[in-house]
Design a protein around this ligand. Structure first.
Ligand code: MEV
Length: 429
């Protein structure tokens, strides 16, 4: 067992791993090769026991028109086709009114779980006093947030009878303006927890805090994104179908995602392809977003699609409704050099503007995915990218790549088929 690992320098950590796990010198070389010559100290600070950096592609999907404004959206993603699909949909919709978005709500929630023998009725009777007491306990912490227009919005007391009759949850909703607000919310909650226990003890009751933490379920931090156009304008995506048939097939695909949970998960994953890529590129917390989005998708009790489609007379209307608790100040957004760059590329948006941009990216990816699924299928586009990935693992030359693309236009692509094809080419040279 390695002892005192965290105390070692970066170089020592690598050396210890090499020795302990009998790793080759190339393990060390690769790690060192991926360290940054100037900025490594900054990256090291983001996490613990950092050895090196794990690179992911940082791309851009240009041509987005959101509420009449043009954006080139930065995306950090390792899956081929995602940036291409977003760009294709962005370009298509830019001539059809673009993405129409609106922020419905911006509140985040914190939970203060506590146990007391004070009694539910008495807690309710004294709730106004308790709230005032808790608010005054955080004036120092909340002062600058309040100056920026944020702070505590509401407090609601719930009993947790399924856990035990003396346990409660104070649900506190916060406006955190342009910050994601996790630190602010958690600091407020911890301070309020102390104040709450002091209040209850001063009344002769026993009281203890169980937990004080923000909730990543954010059903009151919602953005909506809509795409609409005349059905006949869908021609560019309808493949061998008429635009009308395409619209009907699209509608059925969305209905299936609404009513079939297994399909809904994949449908929503296609939305998250776009969402996560921008969340990551802007230094936001993708785990928090993922957790909140999927909980929201299951809020009715059945996991369902985050999008809805409506076909009227001659109009196709497609809407995404999604919770996105984001920040454009604080946290990684300013510390990570590329997160800062992404925000700059987006024109240094407010958190609400970023919610709309990210919703549009998710919508673009989902639209392209469903359009492909109900026409030529997803593999056609994927396999093209897959082919180029396989070719690069065999160090194919540009001449070989050109010939392989022609050949696999009419042949099934697989790792072994590409390998055999290249062997044949190379043996015949
Ligand atoms: C793949 O990353 C995403 C899709 O599976 C989404 C979907 O099925 O809607 C293509």
């Amino acid at each position: 067992m390695i002892k005192g690992f965290s105390k070692l320098s970066q170089k020592e950590k690598i050396d210890v791993l090499l020795e302990e796990f009998k790793l080759p010198q190339s393990f060390k070389d690769t790690l060192e090769h991926h360290q940054h010559s100037e900025l490594q100290e900054i990256y090291n600070q983001f996490s613990e026991n950092t050895l090196s950096n794990f690179y992911m592609p940082y791309g851009v999907a240009p041509g987005f028109v959101i509420n009449g404004k043009e954006y080139a959206i930065p995306m950090t993603i390792e899956e081929s086709s995602v940036v291409a699909a977003a760009s294709k949909a962005a370009k298509f919709w830019s001539n059809r009114g673009g993405f129409q978005t609106k922020v419905i709500s911006t509140l985040k929630v914190g939970q203060l779980f506590f146990t007391t023998d004070f009694g539910y009725i008495k807690l309710l009777e004294e709730l106004t006093d308790i709230k005032e007491h808790l608010l005054s306990s955080i004036t120092e912490i909340s002062h600058s947030m309040e100056q920026r227009g944020g702070g505590i919005h509401t407090m609601k007391l719930n009993q947790e009878p399924l856990v035990d009759k003396e346990t409660y949850c104070l649900m506190v909703s916060f406006e955190t303006v342009d910050s994601m607000g996790a630190n602010f919310i958690n600091s407020c909650l911890e301070k309020m927890g102390e104040a709450l226990c002091n209040y209850l003890k001063s009344k002769g009751a026993e009281a203890e805090v169980n937990m004080a933490i923000l909730s990543n379920y954010t059903p009151d931090c919602i953005v909506e994104c809509t795409l609409s156009c005349a059905i006949e304008d869908l021609k560019a995506y309808s493949g061998d179908y008429t635009p009308d048939e395409f619209a009907q097939r699209f509608k059925k695909a969305v209905l299936l995602a609404q009513h079939n949970s297994s399909r809904a998960v994949t449908h929503n994953k296609g939305i998250m392809n776009g969402i996560d890529a921008v969340v990551l590129a802007t230094g936001n917390d993708f785990r928090a977003i993922e957790a909140g989005v999927h909980a929201y998708a299951a809020q009715s009790g059945q996991y369902s699609s985050l999008t809805k489609v409506k076909l009227t007379e001659n109009e196709f209307k497609y809407t995404l409704t999604i919770p996105l608790a984001l920040g454009t100040v604080g946290g990684l957004t300013k510390l990570h050099p590329l997160a800062g760059l992404s925000l700059r590329l987006l024109g240094n948006p407010s958190a609400t503007e970023l919610m709309q941009i990210i919703a549009a990216a998710g919508m673009a990816n989902n639209f392209s995915a469903i359009a492909a699924l109900v026409t030529s299928g997803i593999q056609k586009g994927h396999m093209k990218m897959h082919l180029s990935n396989i070719l690069s693992t065999f160090n194919a030359t540009s001449e070989e790549i050109g010939m392989a693309i022609d050949h696999f236009g009419t042949h099934v692509i697989s790792h072994s088929a590409v390998k055999s094809y290249l062997e044949l080419l190379r043996n015949n040279e």
